[in-house]
Design a protein around this ligand. Structure first.
Ligand code: PNW
Length: 485
């Protein structure tokens, strides 16, 4: 069952980078401070009746007012990189291409970046981690209008490149377009919460949303390459998430095919257009037909030109599941490729020990296989932009003595070592999700992913043992051995 897995502390390359990751809405607070506009999350987290667990991130970690302390904390853990996101509504409160810039919002990110650089911590900056300005949603439903969204996102991106690009050398356009499409526009469990119950067209909307993310990504990477890279010399790409999938019954070809198809629906959906400049995977077209948008001739040329600009593959990965083939249904809301997911296989074997969240199990072998799958399909150096878990059940484990999480990190770092030295995969770095306990979206403050504990009454930060584990294991694992690639 994986309960007997042992951490081996396998080596990593000397130049392997490690750090932590966060997202603006989850940690900043300061929801209305200094001219910040409303985002779709400010709205969603305050809906009545509540669509979250009742909690919101008006204050959360109050990082907006405690940022210097948080940078010092990271410096004390010897991190090399910090991945954070910019709240679009903080720098352009109304979001649109003709709307005013909020200089106080710009000043906050300038100070953050300056403090990171002063501490020798490389900023990795995400432009969009789920918090669209409410005003663009009110005007044209944000991602549901490809043309409008793209034009506004281009302006926002240009603003960020020109104000921050002298010091930011790694950019990410979108965090997890799969989640934006499926969770926010089909299941309705993330903002803006569109779903069948809310009376929206779930047959087409998620696929339109994904299309908008792909096209807007391509437009912005081209802008970066043409207008900013010549003087700023940075890199840009996207972050895709995805579980790995094993066949439910390893002796059934249909289940073996289902596991592969599930990866294509999760990752190929975005990866093939973004990194290969190709149309959507044929498997998706065959299941979804006309529900999947067509790239216009202009978009087709754009994604082809933009594909080679992406400098790395940003991977968010947490867990592995089993995939079981289902009979092909009539044209339904099929976002999985007709598979049923489970944590238990046909013989009742669990994929791995369960963490503090039911969907997140410890399965490092799946991580290794996913790294190999992505490398083979896209052949881009991989940066693990998020990986982590909430610890299990006791208060001590949730607080500071988080043995479960330390073991998870240890095993997942061993998987990276295997992928690099045995499978020839190029993995450049690793960001633990997350720097500190924060607002876990609709689940509120329940699940604690932080390597630093946050007391949400006093807002005091206390590093957990996993923070020291990461600091120390990177110190001892990194060796001057040449990469095999
Ligand atoms: C990521 N899944 O989201 C996000 O980027 C973070 O903001 C979030 O806090 C973190 O993971 C932990 O959940 C995901 O169901 C949400 O596979 C759901 C899934 C994956 C990633």
């Amino acid at each position: 069952t994986g309960h007997d897995l042992l951490v081996e502390e396998l080596p990593l390359p000397a130049d392997f980078a490690w750090g932590t990751a966060t997202a603006a809405y989850q940690i900043e607070g300061g929801a209305t401070q200094d001219g910040k506009g409303m985002s779709i999350w400010d709205t969603y987290a305050h809906l009545k009746p509540s669509r979250t667990n009742g909690e919101n991130a008006d204050i959360t970690c109050d990082h907006y007012n405690r940022m210097p302390e948080d940078v010092e904390l990271m410096a004390s853990l010897d991190v090399d990189v910090y991945r954070f996101s910019i709240a679009w509504s903080r720098v352009v409160p109304l979001g649109g291409r003709n709307d005013p810039v909020n200089e106080k919002g710009i000043a906050f990110y300038n100070e953050l970046i300056d403090r990171l650089v002063a501490r020798n911590i490389e900023p990795v900056v995400t432009l969009y981690h789920w918090d669209a300005p409410q005003a663009i949603y009110d005007r044209y439903e944000a991602f549901l209008n490809t043309e409008e969204f793209r034009a506004d996102f281009e302006r926002y991106a240009r603003l960020c490149f020109s104000r921050f690009g002298s010091r930011v050398k790694k950019w990410v356009t979108f965090n997890e377009p799969y989640i934006i499409s499926i969770f926010a526009h089909l299941n309705g469990t993330l903002a803006p919460g569109r779903c069948r119950e809310a009376g929206t067209d779930v047959k087409t909307e998620p696929w339109r949303v994904g299309h908008t993310a792909i096209v807007s990504h391509a437009a912005v990477v081209e802008i970066y390459a043409e207008e900013f890279r010549p003087s700023q010399h940075g890199e840009i790409s996207i972050v895709l998430n995805g579980h790995f999938y094993e066949p439910y019954d390893a002796n059934k070809q249909a289940d073996i095919d289902a596991a592969e198809r599930r990866l294509i629906f999760y990752i190929g959906w975005f990866g093939d257009p973004v990194f290969l400049g190709k149309d959507y995977p044929a498997e998706m077209r065959s299941y979804l037909g006309a529900r999947l948008p067509e790239f216009t001739p202009e978009e087709r040329n754009l994604i082809r030109r933009a594909a080679h600009i992406n400098a790395f593959y940003g991977m968010n990965h947490y867990s592995t599941k089993y995939a079981r083939a289902l009979p092909r249904p009539p044209a339904d809301d099929d976002w999985t490729g007709n598979i049923e997911e489970s944590s238990v296989d046909s013989e009742g074997k669990e994929i791995g020990p369960v963490s503090g969240l039911g969907w997140l199990r410890v399965a490092p072998e799946g991580f290794r296989k996913l790294l190999k799958w992505v490398w083979k399909r896209y052949h881009l150096p991989i940066i693990v932009t998020e990986n982590g878990c909430p610890s299990t059940d006791t208060e001590m484990e949730k607080a500071v003595d988080d043995k479960f999480r330390q073991r998870y990190f240890g095993l997942y770092l061993d998987a990276i070592s295997h992928a690099i030295y045995e499978d020839g995969v190029k993995v450049l770095g690793y960001c633990a999700w997350s720097l500190m306990d924060n607002y876990e979206w609709s689940a509120g403050y329940g699940p604690r992913f932080g390597i630093v504990h946050v007391d949400f009454e006093s807002l005091k930060r206390t590093p957990k043992n996993s923070a020291y584990y990461l600091r120390d294991t990177f110190k001892s694992r990194r060796k001057a051995s040449p990469r095999d690639v």
